[in-house]
Each structure stands twice: as C-alpha cells, then as structure tokens.
Design a protein around this ligand. Structure first.
Ligand code: PMP
Length: 375
C-alpha cells in the first residue's frame, strides 16, 4: 500500500508507540492521584507538556490538552459564546477554515454574534486588504488557520495577528496542519490562542492542545466545561496519559531536522510535478504559486472525475480533500478556488509524508492516462 494522505492522518512514529507503551498497563495511575503511581503519570504529563510547548515556543503552562484540534477550536468558540455581550461582537474567520471552525462560528452567529468571512485569492491566501478594512474596534476575535489542510497554503498569520491586536481583538490560529511540519512559533506570530492536533504529526489520534497566551488564568471567559480540576479546570476529565505522552514524543521528534524533512518533501513534490508535466499535460496544480506545506499538492486533472480516479488507485491511498468533509461532493475550499462546478469534481489532494518516496509515481501516471483514454 502506498499512502499519500498525510494531511488526513499520519502513522504513529515507532518511538511514539514505544513511549506510550508503559502508560497502558504498567504506569497506569490516575495523574490526579496523590500516590506514587499517580505521581509517575503526572510527571509524564509534565514532560509531555514541556515537549509540546517547546515545539511551539510557548510555556508549558500555556498548553491545555484536549482531544484534538476539533475540540480545541470548539472550546475556544464556546468560551466566546459565554462572554458577556458588548459592542465588540464581530467574529472574523477566513472562508477556507476547517469545519471545526466554520460550524462553531455559525452557532455563534445564531446566538447574535456578527460573523464575517475573509475571502481568499485564487491561490487560497487570505486577502489582507479586506482584513484591514474589516477588522475594527467591534471585532472580538479573528481566527485564521496557519496552513490549509487541502491546499496546504500558509496564511499570513503574523500580519493578521498584528491587525487584530491594533484594534484590541484576540487572534486565534488553527495550527493543526502547521505544527511539526513548518516552523510554528507562538511568539513570532504573537497569537493569543492556537489549536493543535497530534495525529497530523506522527502522534496518536484523539489528542491535541489549545495554546492560551498567559495560561488558563488569562482565559478571558467562563469555562464551558465543568466537573474537574484537570487542565487547570478548563478541560476537566481524567487525562489520557498514553496519548499525551505520545503527543509529547511526537513534538520532540518533529522538532528535529524540521527543515531537512521539509526539503525532502518539497523535492518529492517537485519530482511529481516534473513527471506530471511530461506525462499528463491536462493538469493544473492549484497550490504552486504560493508558500505551502511541504509535500502537499492540490491538483486538478482536467476531465477526470476524482471519484473515478480514487476508485482506480486501489493500492495508492489519496483523497479528494479533507476527510472531515465526507467524500460526496467537492469541498468548500475547492469551491472557493475553482469557479466552474464541473471542474470542482476534478481536484485531488496528494500529501506526502516523511517516509514517502517516489514508489507509486509510475503506477499513478499509468492509471491516470488509461482512465483518460477510456473517458
Ligand atoms: N483543523 C484542521 C486545519 C485540520 O486539518 C483538522 C484535521 N482534518 C482539524 C482541524 C481537526 O483536527 P482533529 O482531527 O485533531 O480534531
């Protein structure tokens, strides 16, 4: 099996699996227990918190473990929902956010907040001029992802954070696709909040974090979840110790040679594009004009419905877009970038990973050309 869908999820690194191992049934204590077994689990969580914070250049106390980026995003917007109503009630997000941002903010809109979506250009980059005109003293929160999961485009988050802060608004970034893949530094971006996910970066599924500048004591709103003191009371519930340990280890590993790993992925993508230009001229690479995640390609194969192509690629695992969107129709991201409804059906996402090589390239182009001839 060849796997080209790393933006959907990644395999756990062997070191991650090994690090998690003792916490299932040997050091299985509840980290909230005062006894020795509990305290060993608590110590492992402290180490993991340092590892996660270290990768993002944050302080350990600024990281709240959650079940993943979906929960981190929801936690933030639920907090906003509980905020006292003032004149500052505008929420600004980009048009191509993940559904775990777009759906909670729609709920905010239903509860009386004003929701504004920032348009993106043809390369999937948020329009900064539009943002400058729109973000003002009525804005409570600006939330723009660090990297798009489908196109891979890196967003101008440093500039957006600056614009938000000029007007006294908070800035949040969904960094599920950025952490561990490109340099992600909360100080450099100067964000107030950021969401992370372990399974996009060779860690386990079902674990992530919400970064809060200044830690939970600086959380500006009421706590949406109640019922325990874990994660400083903001995310109560018995901690998932093995997953937290795995996330910490994954962060430590991803921090090593980040740039070299990115170069390998970029070379692989270049090699693919090079072959594409020779083997199938009727393709448009949607994310080539811009800075994007290393190894992510969004390609429109003119005349080839992606469902058919995916069905033919039996031993090559790739996708139409975000796994979270389901696979029935073109995603909102593709619809934003490609105007023609027919052509929206031709887009495929390829996301290579650190263990990918060029195996499968030849096979892929053969499938592509055979299918094209048939159609
Ligand atoms: N945000 C983005 C940009 C994502 O790509 C994803 C995963 N598809 C998520 C949020 C959700 O992350 P998780 O699976 O950890 O809930």
């Amino acid at each position: 099996m060849i796997y080209w869908d790393h933006n959907s999820t990644t395999p756990c690194a062997p070191e991650v699996v090994e690090a998690m191992q003792p916490f299932w049934n040997v050091d299985f204590g509840n980290p909230s227990s005062g006894h020795q077994m509990g305290q060993r689990a608590a110590a492992a969580i402290r180490t993991a918190r340092e590892q996660v914070a270290g990768l993002a250049n944050a302080l350990p106390a600024e990281m709240v473990f959650t079940s993943g980026a979906t929960e981190s995003n929801n936690l933030l917007f639920l907090g906003v929902m509980l905020s006292p109503r003032t004149e500052r009630n505008r929420i600004v997000v980009s048009a191509i956010e993940h559904k775990s941002v777009l759906e909670p903010v729609r709920l905010l809109e239903q509860h009386g907040f004003e929701l504004v979506k920032l348009p993106v250009n043809n390369d999937g980059v948020t329009d900064l001029e539009y943002a400058r005109n729109l973000i003002d003293k009525t804005t409570l929160l600006v939330s723009v992802q660090a990297a798009n999961n489908e196109l891979g485009t890196l967003q101008p988050v440093v500039e957006l954070a600056e614009i938000a802060h000029e007007h006294g608004a908070y800035f949040h970034t969904d960094a599920a696709q950025a952490l561990g893949k490109v340099l992600f530094d909360v100080q450099q971006i100067n964000c107030d909040f950021a969401s992370f996910s372990a399974h996009k970066m060779y860690g386990p599924k079902g674990i992530g974090a919400l970064y809060i500048r200044g830690g939970v004591r600086r959380w500006p709103w009421a706590h949406p979840f109640q019922g325990g003191g874990q994660e400083s009371g903001l995310r109560p519930g018995t901690s998932n110790v093995p997953a937290i340990v795995g996330f910490g280890k994954a962060c430590e590993l991803c921090g090593d040679n980040l740039e070299e790993k990115g170069q390998h992925l970029n070379l692989l993508a270049d090699q693919f594009i090079d072959m594409l230009s020779k083997r199938f001229s009727r393709a448009v690479v949607l994310n080539r004009q811009r800075n994007s995640l290393p190894g992510t390609l969004s390609i429109l194969f003119e005349g080839i419905p992606s469902d058919l192509l995916l069905a033919r690629c039996k031993s090559i695992n790739l996708s139409k877009g975000s796994a979270c969107n389901g696979v029935m129709e073109a995603s909102h991201v593709v619809k934003t970038i490609v105007d023609d409804a027919n052509r929206q059906e031709y887009v495929v996402r390829i996301s290579f990973g650190k263990n990918s090589g060029n195996e499968g390239f030849e096979q892929f182009f053969e499938i592509l050309n055979t299918l094209y001839q048939e159609l």
